[in-house]
Write a protein that binds this ligand. Structure first.
Ligand code: NDP
Length: 299
């Protein structure tokens, strides 16, 4: 019997670093030619530590590739009206190419109302109905960063997609649903047969065991076990969970939606957590900001 091939551990940090390096080069060339370079802004409401961390890392990543970045901070009791005015201001400020409104927003603010107010041409998170609609129709659009990053990882590692069965676990608007749409499009780098599963799916294990590519985005730590995965499949783990761990200086370690230690023994490709999908998300936000500056999606 031949020796079983070891799984390729997908290195999202490396792919993200290469992408950021190419963005950095392009930004430097723009600046050399007298252009100001791209400018990314973020709106941060309240003092949720996770949101603070995300926005700080987006700002740091923007600076690292030579982009300008600004953060607009508001207290948790900011009114919806004031926030809509901020969005108006950013929509009209020619200095800013793209911006994000960090979610979640406090309960008294209607998130959809805020998102619907963002100028689609500056919507580098790809959350507005216009960008989502264009994405569904297969037209140029800002793609939401996590699905976009996963498509890039699959491409980088030349994982066959066309004609394959992809099972996506989770149907959220920011991860599972857009991924299921992107992967099923009649396009190069897609053209898969896609099954989208959720909490009401019956016989989940039977479905996941038929997946050539299994993407887990359900928000349940180590939910995907080895017996749910086909031998030789590619597994993409989107989940991020902080698990209390007294042996760590931080007091926690990170894990995903997949039982990595067991599943890795069975598959051909797998993303680790951390270091898989996560690093790609910020890289794709920077890529979208560059596209916004170059007016490649909206002229
Ligand atoms: P949501 O909570 O918005 O959605 C979870 C989805 O999973 C829902 O569709 C839900 O079904 C489904 N689901 C939940 N439990 C089960 C189950 N037992 N069986 C089948 N389906 C189930 O999550 P997100 O998409 O926002 O995030 C998913 C995970 O990815 C989280 O851990 C999050 O932290 C992480 N994440 C990571 C990012 C990154 O950059 N790496 C970016 C964004 C998210 P239903 O619709 O029926 O409720």
């Amino acid at each position: 019997m031949g020796k079983k091939k070891q799984a390729v551990i997908i290195d999202g940090r490396q792919v993200a670093a290469e992408l950021k390096e190419s963005i950095k080069k392009e930004v430097a060339e723009m600046i050399d030619k007298g252009d100001n370079g791209p400018h990314l802004a973020a709106v941060l409401v309240g003092d949720d530590p996770a949101s603070e961390t995300y926005v700080a890392s987006k700002e740091k990543a923007a600076h690292a590739v030579g982009m300008m970045s600004s953060t607009y901070r508001y207290p948790a009791d900011v009114s919806e009206k004031e926030l809509l005015e901020v969005v108006d201001y950013l929509n009209n400020d020619d200095e800013i190419d793209g911006y994000i409104v960090q979610l979640p927003l406090p309960g008294h603010i209607d998130e959809n109302k805020i998102i619907h107010h963002i100028n689609p041409a500056k919507d580098v998170d790809g959350f507005t109905p216009e960008n989502v609609g264009k994405m569904v129709l297969g037209q140029p659009a800002f793609l939401s960063a996590t699905p976009y990053g996963i498509m890039e990882l699959l491409k980088y590692y030349k994982i066959p997609i066309a004609g394959k069965h992809v099972v996506v676990l989770g149907r959220s608007n920011i991860v599972g649903r857009p991924l299921s749409i992107l992967l099923s499009q009649k396009k190069e780098g897609a053209n898969a047969t896609v099954t989208l599963c959720h909490s009401a799916t019956e016989n989940l294990g039977e479905i996941t065991r038929t997946a050539d590519i299994l993407i887990a985005a359900i928000g349940q730590p180590q939910f995907v076990k080895a017996d749910m995965v086909k031998e030789g499949a590619a597994v993409i783990d989107v989940g991020i969970h902080r698990i209390k761990d007294a042996t760590k200086k931080s007091g926690y370690h990170l894990t995903g939606d997949v039982d990595f230690d067991e599943v890795v023994k069975k598959v051909s490709f797998i993303t680790p957590v951390p270091g898989g999908v996560g690093p790609m998300t910020i890289a794709m936000l920077l890529k979208n900001t560059l596209l916004a500056h170059k007016k490649e999606i909206y002229s």
